[in-house]
Design a protein around this ligand. Structure first.
Ligand code: HEC
Length: 146
């Protein structure tokens, strides 16, 4: 009698391959190609929105990103790029500090904000130490732009 049931490993291996591909990324390769002190435009040119989506895990305790998902400890971030600073959520109680900044969320300003929120906006209630890595920030901004 011929057994047609695949060995359990035959089923598991493709799933593992997908998992590994999803976790590994080419960040190290991109860093090498970018060299020392790359400019913001160069970083954005090679930015990886998928990896940015995974990095959004650092924000997700306080922010949602889906349309209509609302506020948490921080305002909902769906469609935040290009929106007025301190204006992405109608219901959220923004600090005076953030409301006083003015202007809109350009990629450049988002880069400064995510690098060190309390340095860009002293008095902000976003108690997040910041993302020191420029490529991490570029990837995250590419994700926010999607
Ligand atoms: C510990 C909670 C917390 C974490 C973590 C956090 N934030 Fe925030 N975020 C806030 C709060 C609170 C505000 C409102 C700040 C204010 O009013 O001063 C805010 C505001 C913002 C705004 C301004 C939105 C607008 O309407 O102008 C952006 C953009 C933002 N956060 C992005 C991020 C991203 C991206 C991350 C992850 C890298 C992150 N935040 C991590 C709490 C957090």
């Amino acid at each position: 009698m011929i057994h047609r049931t695949p060995h359990p490993l035959r089923l598991l291996l493709p799933a593992l391959a997908v998992l590994v591909a999803g976790c590994s990324d080419d960040a190290a390769e991109r860093r090498r190609a970018l060299g020392d002190a790359p400019g913001f435009a160069d970083l954005m040119r090679v930015a990886d929105a998928d990896r940015g989506g995974r990095l959004f895990g650092r924000c997700a305790a306080c922010h949602t990103i889906e349309r209509g998902a609302g506020d948490r400890n921080g305002p909902g971030l769906f469609g935040v790029m290009g929106r007025p600073i301190a204006g992405n959520s109608r219901r959220f109680g923004y600090t005076t500090a953030l409301r006083s900044v003015g202007g809109t969320w350009t990629p450049e300003r988002m880069d400064v904000w995510l690098g060190a929120p309390t340095v860009m906006v002293p008095g902000t209630s976003m108690t997040f130490s910041g993302m020191p890595d420029p490529l991490d920030r570029a990837d995250l901004i590419a994700f926010l732009q999607m």
